[in-house]
Unconditional design. Structure first.
Length: 148
């Protein structure tokens, strides 16, 4: 059974038009999928920004912000303590930076957020899936601070 935070993250992921397999994913894998989706939207936003495609840029930035919000809502402050608090502040910073990037049409800010999210994902990918999570072998697990 999926906890409320993972269900919320699933809803955020579904909102951005993701592929099948989301409902069968472990909570840890779901967070990976959210991060992958966020990275893809940020990369697309940068391309649209460089091409002068304002509507597409705005849509991609909006979806990236929604995904980051899903990641932020999956944090468990009680269990994650300082790690969760730091991630919460970082996600908030990322959203504010993306809003500024959209308003200022500043691709360097989008690229900065992309690098931050890629770094978070690299750390997440380095974790092991908890035993009994229903994950496939080789998948990764939760970290204190995220209630995947």
């Amino acid at each position: 059974m999926m906890n409320a935070s993972a269900r919320q993250a699933l809803q955020h992921y579904a909102k951005v038009g993701t592929h099948s397999g989301v409902e069968a994913a472990s909570p840890h894998r779901l967070i990976q999928m959210l991060m992958d989706g966020g990275l893809a939207r940020l990369a697309a936003a940068a391309v649209h920004m460089r091409s002068g495609e304002a509507a597409e840029k705005g849509a991609c930035i909006g979806l990236a912000i929604s995904i980051i919000g899903g990641l932020q809502s999956s944090l468990d402050a009680a269990e994650g303590g300082e790690v969760a608090a730091n991630l919460d502040r970082l996600y908030d910073y990322m959203v504010r930076t993306l809003v500024a990037a959209h308003i200022e049409n500043d691709v360097t800010k989008v690229e900065h957020v992309h690098r931050l999210l890629a770094e978070i994902k690299a750390g997440w990918d380095g974790l092991s899936e908890p035993a009994g999570s229903g994950a496939t072998p080789g998948a990764r697990p939760t970290v204190a601070g995220a209630s995947a």
